[in-house]
Ligand binder design. Structure first.
Ligand code: ARG
Length: 480
């Protein structure tokens, strides 16, 4: 075993070893740690510390580790970095003994986490774009499907279901540059930082960075080993993604309830009650809705753990990393299942159209009175309010309409019952919407088309980037 006695006389207490070990969450970075060590071996060979043939043999042994069952309960070894060194020591003690020359676990762990995070961000982006594309597909399909919008959870204005899914596509798409930003924070290689202040061992750190797919070498060893803002950034991104999904999920729960009956979720994403046979519970959307709280918890705990850290590496930093993996797991899974929910949800067209019917669009009457008759909007608004009251009480007819208009100093013939019906008919209302950001079906269909094209292009970029990095890393384990 690669035993590091250091200055200590006693072995670490078993309970203390387990308590302080990161092994149980190091599974996530095994592959990345192998790559980091392979790059380091090559740098050692380049510097003449080990021979190229030793290097090649050692890299092959490291590659074997990816196909082995690793025992993650050897807590006395502390972490995956020592497991790797220990394994190499069992095969090539001389080469293994050089593995920590000019390299510390403090720089190695950041390198490995950045390498793994790059991959995880790519798959998060793919999942996010998957949901975006599903939302946009529904936006095109349902661009004409009337659906009410609410403010204060009171019926506000007629719109379409496509308009609503388009709004979520935009909300999610706005997170994409953020994913790229977080990705850019994983581009500087920490190798060469060693434990905290750099190293006198003159290894070619640009070479190491290049082998591992980093685009540059970090500027400062202390910053590289002791800062975790790139993780906080990723966690904040995850929390915000969960926030958007939470609102979408809440709408699925709410609008599929017996009280609204505007949406119907697929049976395959619902469960029933163990006692009440009539129940159809929107379980997937409920769990998705609550992930926002979980993600904020992961973000806020990591944030607090990263704060008030003195100078260089402290073991507190180790405890932050599992929050990151957990958050990415949760977000990716949620994005994927929500794509299924959005794909499968059906609109109850009759009920949705009814919810858009008069007096929902009564502002159209006020707009008409103002634009056509030059009535000050506030005055027209008051008259429209009185008309909406009549509608709600089922007392609107030619006579009461005329009389109401006159009560507000508007010519009684300004609008007939026939014209009013036309004005407020929801299908016509949405087609009359004129601003570019409105729920006008033609605009939504056009935007959904353009945006899908954009999303597909982004998807290709991420896939290509994943392929590029994957190939680079695999090459590292190929012939030296
Ligand atoms: N396992 C640690 C981590 O995940 C790296 C090891 C740092 N340990 C140390 N004694 N400096 O952050």
């Amino acid at each position: 075993m690669a035993h590091r006695k250091g200055r200590l006389e006693d072995r670490l207490d078993e309970e203390a070893a387990k308590y302080t070990s990161s092994l149980l969450f190091d599974r996530e970075i095994l592959e990345a740690v192998v790559y980091v060590n392979a790059a380091h071996l090559k740098a050692l060979a380049r510097a003449g510390v080990i021979s190229w043939s030793e290097c090649e043999e050692a890299v092959n042994h490291l590659a074997d580790m990816l196909r082995m069952d690793i025992d993650y309960t050897r807590y006395e070894l502390e972490d995956i970095h020592m497991i790797v060194e220990d394994y190499l020591a069992s095969k090539m003690p001389k080469a293994a003994a050089m593995l920590s020359l000019g390299k510390s676990r403090n720089d190695a762990v950041v390198a490995a986490v950045k390498i793994r995070l790059r991959e995880r961000l790519i798959s998060m982006a793919e999942a996010l774009l998957g949901l975006v594309l599903t939302l946009l597909k529904r936006a095109s399909e349902e661009a004409d499907t009337l659906f009410p919008t609410y403010t204060h959870l009171q019926r506000a204005a007629p719109a379409t279901f496509g308009f609503i899914t388009h709004s979520y596509a935009i909300r999610l798409m706005k997170l994409l540059p953020r994913i790229k930003h977080t990705y850019s924070l994983c581009q500087d290689s920490p190798l060469g930082s060693a434990a905290v202040a750099g190293t006198s061992v003159g290894l070619d750190v640009s070479y190491e960075a290049e082998l591992l797919g980093f685009s540059k070498v970090c500027e400062n060893a202390l910053e590289a080993t002791a800062s975790r803002e790139f993780i906080i950034d990723a966690l904040c991104l995850c929390a915000e993604t969960a926030l958007v999904i939470s609102c979408l999920a809440e709408e699925l729960v709410l609008f599929s309830s017996e009280e609204f009956q505007l949406l119907e979720l697929p049976d395959s994403l619902s469960s029933t009650s163990s006692i009440m046979p009539q129940k159809k519970n929107p379980v997937v959307a409920e769990v998705a809705r609550t992930k926002a709280a979980e993600l904020l918890g992961l973000f806020s705990s990591a944030y607090l753990m990263a704060a008030r850290q003195p100078s260089g590496y402290n073991l507190d930093l180790q405890q932050i990393t599992p929050k990151l993996w957990k958050a990415l797991d949760e977000v990716e899974e949620t994005l994927a299942i929500m794509a299924k929910a959005v794909e499968g949800v059906k609109v109850n067209r009759e009920r949705a159209a009814l919810a858009c019917s008069p007096p929902t669009a009564v502002v159209e009457l006020a707009n008409y009175l103002t634009l056509k008759w030059g009535i000050p909007f506030r005055q027209a608004h008051n008259a429209a309010a009185a008309v909406s009251r009549l509608m709600a009480e089922n007392r609107l007819n030619e006579e009461s309409l005329k009389e109401t208009l006159e009560r507000y100093n508007i010519p009684g013939g300004a609008v007939s019952m026939e014209q009013l019906r036309e004005l407020l008919e929801p299908g016509k209302v949405v087609r009359r919407y004129a601003t570019p950001q409105s729920a006008n079906p033609d605009k939504i269909r056009e935007k959904a088309g353009v945006m899908s094209y954009e999303a597909e292009r982004e998807l290709r970029w991420f896939k290509e980037e994943g392929r590029r990095i994957g190939e680079k890393l695999r090459n590292l384990l190929g012939s030296s």
